[in-house]
Design a protein around this ligand. Structure first.
Ligand code: WT7
Length: 637
């Protein structure tokens, strides 16, 4: 068995690319015909970027889980679907075959419906990286409910915001999560969040850590008890809800340049085709291989390359509960050997962090099953690229540098493993179907041999976002209004003479800290909630391991017991409001912020100072109070 639309040579790539641009509808119709449908679509594509309106395969009827489960249960019931590796290396791993995963998903689909969940409902999932997380996600899709997975590192407040925005009526969680040597009390975080979430009727709680939890009568029930009830009823298969291609599949919240995260919406068919097509082609997956994506399912990378991409391709996907550095920095390599991993897909920040441990953790590791390496989430510096290539790939594995976003659903610009050439620090070429262009500030096309500009996409692709939940206008203004008739990515980019793309980083007020996207406005709002804080400004600065670090300038008029304690308190406030991932790395107390006469903070100046380029601040004459810059410079951390 192989994939009829898998690209096998560079000529194939060019031919596919050309066809995708010249006749996109027949190109995608061909690919879509290889999936399981209940009814053929009426129209392949209907779109405009003004509203925006994007419809792929409209009128087509399907259920994504029939494509991820049923069709593989028929062909290869005993093939491992999920291999799970625990946080603790001594806990035995688990394997669920396609047959077993199918049964579990059906069972949990019954649990959801018997607890009142219906097609179209929004269900919040806040769980550790255990197979039950994938089961919950797929069970939602099976019944036609819309999942909203929230990463386990987010605070009660962040969860509450997301639940309220989506008006979720059900939550699936666990008593706790293991992360390295820590235990995170997920259920008690949910309890706190739900104090302000009247829409939630039911909470289903998986046992994972045996952390004591409070179970609320009529609201909370145990995953295990509910599953037993279904078994007692005879474990019937669950007939998949028949969805329209354009029905919502999931919401995933992500940060932008304004204070409030937005719920990016993906729909059933286009997302499925895109996640599958990109998975099969970028990684050059061959049946039987083991694919290990180290992301958490709480992020889009996990949605597309742990769950939907691999499973829709009948692949074996490895899920890892823990972290790369516990109990030691050899954990990834040990897992690669233990499960004979073929494809390893991780973030540059993880590579840089593991690099800092030297090669000692690699002692005794064979790594001879690896065939393809991948990176995602942020630009990869050449040093980390070469370390990955030499020490992990043993100069024998192509590295795919995959550029994409929560909004794009799947990989947009990347080399194809072993097919199109890699170039360190370049994402290289667009996938078939993707038409990138670079524009200047005014929106004029930038052309030439070696150019840079803002990265936009000028034609729809099946996996693109359709809206932002509950606020279509926000979707329009964020992505489709900066430049007329273009999707704006928010990234700056360079294109070299070979036509290869190199992503240079965000051009808006969004930071990328350890591959996590964080809006500066969101962090500022959180800092400003601390008593004593008058105002703050957050900017990014280069950080050896995290890629970008977070530098906060804070006007504080409270009384410091000592400055260090105040810094910790402010970090606690941010952790409380957003989550630990959003804690600033540096906090400098200032008496004022550089502002223009109209009151706008001059972030350019603050960024320069945080980067250490204090002698090169450019024009400061338009500032309201140029003296404040001198003070900030002399107290720089
Ligand atoms: C932003 C999207 C894609 C899933 C994980 C992050 C940056 C992503 C790369 C890359 C340079 C990259 C961009 C993008 N980014 N991949 N290979 N090279 N930058 O998803 O949280 O939606 O963040 O991550 O700035 O806009 P996300």
């Amino acid at each position: 068995m192989s994939y009829p639309y898998q690209i096998h040579s560079i000529e194939d790539y060019h031919a596919a690319y050309q066809k995708s641009v010249e006749t996109p509808e027949s190109f995608w119709a061909d690919i879509a015909s290889h999936f399981t449908w209940h009814q053929q679509w009426d129209e392949v594509l209907n779109w405009n970027f003004y509203d925006p309106k994007i419809e792929w395969f409209k009128g087509g009827k399907l259920n994504i889980t029939e494509n991820c489960l049923d069709r593989w249960v028929e062909k290869q019931p005993h093939t491992p679907a999920i291999i799970w590796e625990s946080n603790d290396p001594h806990t035995p791993s688990r394997t669920l075959t396609y047959q077993e995963l199918f049964e579990e998903v059906c069972r949990f689909a019954h649990v959801l419906t018997q607890n009142g969940a219906k097609r179209g409902d929004r269900i919040c999932i806040y769980m550790p990286m255990v197979p039950e997380l994938a089961i919950a996600v797929l069970a939602c899709a099976r019944i036609g409910a819309i999942h909203s997975v929230v990463f386990g590192g987010f605070s009660a407040q962040s969860i509450a915001d997301r639940i309220q925005d989506a008006q979720c009526n059900l939550v699936v969680t666990a008593d706790g999560a293991y992360r390295g040597n820590k235990t995170i009390p997920l259920k008690s975080v949910i309890d706190e969040a739900l104090l302000t979430c009247p829409s939630v009727q039911k909470v289903i709680v998986l046992t994972r850590t045996n952390t004591p939890v409070s179970m609320m009568k009529d609201r909370d029930c145990w995953w295990e008890d509910e599953m037993k009830k279904i078994s007692a009823q005879g474990n019937l298969p669950f007939k998949a809800a028949i969805m329209d291609a354009e029905d919502m599949l999931f919401i995933l919240y992500t940060s932008g340049s304004t204070g409030k995260p937005k719920g990016v919406v993906h729909t059933c068919a286009g997302y499925m085709v895109w996640a599958n097509y990109t998975f099969v082609n970028v990684f050059q997956y061959k049946p039987g291989q083991v694919h290990f994506c180290t992301a958490d399912i709480g992020w889009i990378t996990g949605h597309s390359y742990i769950v939907y991409g691999p499973l829709s391709a009948g692949a074996t996907t490895l899920m890892f509960e823990g972290i790369p550095t516990w109990p030691d920095a050899g954990r990834f390599w040990e897992i690669a050997d233990k499960h004979q991993v073929d494809i390893l897909y991780t973030a540059p920040t993880a590579i840089r962090s593991l690099m800092s441990f030297g090669t000692e953790p690699l002692q005794g590791k064979k790594l001879d099953s690896l065939k393809t390496l991948g990176t995602v989430g942020e630009p990869i510096n050449e040093e980390a690229w070469h370390w990955y290539d030499e020490n992990i790939g043993r100069k024998n594995c192509p590295i795919v540098d995959t550029w994409w976003q929560t909004e794009t659903g799947g990989v947009m610009i990347s080399n194809l493993a072993g097919i199109t050439p890699s170039k360190p620090s370049f994402a290289t070429l667009p996938l078939p179907g993707i038409q990138p262009i670079l524009v200047d500030e005014k929106g004029s096309l930038v052309e030439g041999n070696e150019v840079s500009g803002n990265l936009c996409i000028r034609f729809p692709w099946p996996g693109m976002l359709r809206t932002t939940f509950g606020d279509h206008e926000r979707c329009r203004t964020t992505y489709f209004s900066t430049y007329e008739n273009l999707y704006f990515t928010g990234d700056g980019c360079l294109r070299d003479k070979d036509g290869d793309y190199r992503i240079t980083g965000r051009v808006d007020d969004v930071l990328n800290v350890s591959g996590h996207r964080i809006g500066t406005a969101e962090v500022e709002n959180a800092i400003n909630r601390h008593t004593g804080v008058v105002e703050s400004a957050v900017v990014g600065y280069p950080h050896d391991i995290k890629g970008q670090g977070m530098y906060a300038y804070v006007i504080f008029n409270g009384i410091h017991v000592n400055e260090e304690q105040t810094r910790k308190d402010i970090c606690e406030t941010v952790a409380n409001i957003i989550g630990a991932i959003a804690k600033p790395d540096k906090i400098q107390f200032v008496s004022g912020l550089p502002k223009t006469r109209s009151g706008k903070i001059m972030r350019r100046i603050l960024r320069k100072i945080a980067e250490g380029a204090v002698d090169n601040l450019g024009d400061t004459t338009t500032l309201l109070d140029p003296l404040v810059v001198e003070e900030i410079k002399s107290n720089k951390l």
